[in-house]
Design a protein around this ligand. Sequence first.
Ligand SMILES: Cc1ncc(COP(=O)(O)O)c(C=O)c1O
Length: 414
Amino acid sequence: MNKSLAALNKEFPVLKARFSGRRLVYLDSACTVLKMRGAADAQRENLLRLGGCGGRRSFYSLSAGMEEEFESARRAVADFMGAASPDEVIFAGGVTDAANLLANSFPFTKERDEVVLSPLEHNAVFLPFERLAAAGRVKLKVLPLKGLAPDLDALPRLLGRRTALVCLNHASNIFGGRQEIRRAAAVTRAAGAYLFSDDAQFAPTHGSGAAAEGADACAFSGHKLGAPYCTGALYVRRELMAKLRPWRVGGGTVEGVERDGGYKAKYIGGNRGFEAGVQNYAGAAGLAAAIRRLELAGFGNIRAHVSGLVMDAHDRLSAVKGVRVLGDRAALAEGSLISIVPEKRGFSAQDFALFLDSSVKGLSIAVRSGRHCADLACLASGVKETLRLSYFTYNTPADTETFARALERYLRML
Ligand SMILES: Cc1ncc(COP(=O)(O)O)c(C=O)c1O
């Protein structure tokens, strides 16, 4: 293994934990990446050193220190996301939070009320728009699947004068791979609409690149980078941000309130206008530390390592009779996970996942089974459930081999 990755892998203490005496084989990084010591330390240190009033509310030194650290974290996030300026970054609790914010702040009009979604959207992105549709505020269109990817050739047909927003999941959390944001962004812009990219599964192994590829908005979750839970950000291009109407308002989002017949609030506008109330300052410090640590290890190295693991998994698992690997090798190599579906009678992915946790001597093998909150993808493809192996820097081909042997044993027992 590359030296920078070997050094990075010392940062994950959970890997050394034992579960009822069993060693962890962690193959569920798409759910969450194990937490990094440096990120946890940065969060703790922020709380203990600066844990006073934050958010431009007070002007004494302690508060100014917290503000400085918060904005320094924002600069790290802006660079990571490829933003033109930190002003294009809104701190959010992750992609779910960011997508709810975007959906409910977006300036839909009677004339432009259509949202086109990829069939691979996670419920985190799909449901906020589904709710708006149920309330009669927007109409939804879903791109067809071509193989296991959204059919981008069909995108121009779905776009029209009524299209306001296109949501294109950057890397699927069920089928893996990666989508062509640049191509979708160009077509979307030509139709006068905006493009949002969910970078939840893309950012941890590529860096969050959708802004550089032309997306008008994108979001990632910090916990999937080894940062604390409930951290992350929404990037919004400046021109679109000026049109959004903040969904959540409160302390820190107004210049003041005046009497004007009734009451009239004067909102501050800009990214801070979306960060109502006290923020997760310590989480932002932890997030910035995680980003800096991954950048030090090098996203090129991370990418190459994870891609190699996925290709190895494809080859190894394709040789197992009784399961089917979803997706082709080249497409999967662009992502960080692989899904397999049971093909033998009586094989339940759920039961097998429990077996992996408890019935392999000395080991607790952690994989995800089920629909992975990707209901649209399951409906569009007819896939009912999958077993998903997802990778990060701390995995090796030996983890896949351990899984594959357990799988072969389980299949023999059926
Ligand atoms: C593709 C994708 N989008 C969104 C989410 C939601 O992320 P979070 O729970 O961090 O908000 C996930 C979580 O697994 C995901 O895989």
